[in-house]
Design a protein around this ligand. Structure first.
Ligand SMILES: [Zn+2]
Length: 356
């Protein structure tokens, strides 16, 4: 039986979420109540000898947290404060209590590349033309400068060594980057076992074999950009190459995020993610339709009361003329209040369907 956890040089346990299948390494005494990724289920400890993940080795590099626990707390407090008709679970102190620092894996790939390539290079050039315009009862000629692109086919070869091209180690990498943004990979430090002093780590679900296709795209983009620069072109299209790779080297880097979660009225869990370097928070503010409906009902009841009083005043108006004016004013007030009563449910519905 393989005791692969010992490679991490510190006491950590393997744990997984039965809902989203995320695999974590964490201090065995600190099993979280809920999964930091989906927040929907508990995290259960697994036996390392019978459960061997697709990639088990510790990382070479770790990007330290630049956003500390206090700053992360302020972010979630502000998030909860700005929520309209917030579900009862969307409270600042609850989000704060569930904040979990987490390291996620990423690949940095080095390789020697030899390739032949073809592309169409685009060069900007200016064209002068004239436009005739009729203004103030006479024709005017206006000079118009227009930028066009001249496309030329180019071929070439390249022989290069590329370092630290990024490839995803998680299937969810693109979604995470889209939510919180990219990470500045400068400032990474060698892995130390004390990485687990405050945080958990996620194991890769895309080992190098699987991420190789993405790494090749990263190499091609780097090579294409260099070919464009070599041709002093302003644009490039239809880049194709026939690469041969040698001496590929994979480095696993861990980057820092915080997660927390809340549950909406329907019992659905929503996770918030905070970028560990920039502090950018990503997550949905789900509104409580129940709460919005209650507000709508209260305002609707006020409108109904206005209608009733204005009707009574209308009857009184048969005797006292002044009551007619008051009845009219109150009727207008009742109509405005009745329209206002729809705002909470419409606003909450809009938030849940269209806001990010
Ligand atoms: Zn989960």
């Amino acid at each position: 039986m393989d005791k692969w956890l010992s490679e991490w040089q510190t006491e950590v346990a393997l744990a997984s979420c039965e809902q989203c299948d995320w695999l974590y390494l964490l201090p065995p005494t600190r099993l979280p109540e809920r999964c930091p990724h989906c927040g929907a289920a508990a995290v259960a400890q697994l036996d390392e000898t019978t459960n061997q993940p697709v990639y088990t080795h510790p990382p070479e590099l770790v990007l330290p947290f630049q956003v500390d626990a206090r700053q992360a707390q302020q972010k979630v407090l502000a998030f909860a404060k700005g929520a309209w008709f917030a579900p009862s679970d969307l409270k600042g102190e609850k989000l704060h209590g569930r904040l979990q620092p987490l390291y996620l894996p990423l690949w940095l790939v080095d390789a020697d590349v030899q390739a032949g390539w073809q592309a169409e290079m685009g060069f900007d050039y200016q064209v002068l033309s004239h436009r005739e315009e009729f203004q103030n009862n006479r024709w005017h000629t206006r000079e118009v400068k227009e930028t066009r692109i001249r496309w030329e086919p180019r071929v070439g070869t390249l022989q290069r060594h590329y370092e630290n091209r990024v490839a995803p180690a998680l299937e969810e990498q693109a979604a995470i980057e889209k939510a919180v943004g990219r990470f500045d990979l400068r400032g990474a430090r060698p892995y130390q076992p004390d990485t687990f002093a405050h945080a958990f780590a996620r194991l890769p679900n895309r080992p190098p074999d699987d991420a190789w296709s993405d790494a090749q795209i990263a190499f091609m983009q780097a090579a294409g950009e260099e070919c464009r620069q070599a041709a002093t072109a302003d644009h490039m299209r239809q880049y194709q190459w026939q690469p041969h790779f040698a001496n590929t080297h994979w480095t696993q880097l861990l980057y820092p995020i915080y997660t927390t979660y809340y549950t909406d009225d329907d019992g659905k869990t929503h996770t918030l993610t905070i970028h560990g370097q920039t502090g950018r928070l990503a997550g949905r503010r789900q509104a409580s339709m129940k709460k919005a409906r209650r507000w709508s009902l209260v305002i609707g009841a006020v409108a109904a009361a206005f209608f009733i009083v204005s009707f009574i005043l209308l009857l009184a108006g048969l005797v006292y003329e002044v009551a007619l004016v008051m009845a009219g004013l109150l009727f207008v007030g009742a109509v405005v209040t009745a329209v206002t009563a729809f705002i909470p449910i419409v606003a909450a519905w809009y938030l849940n369907h269209y806001s990010q």
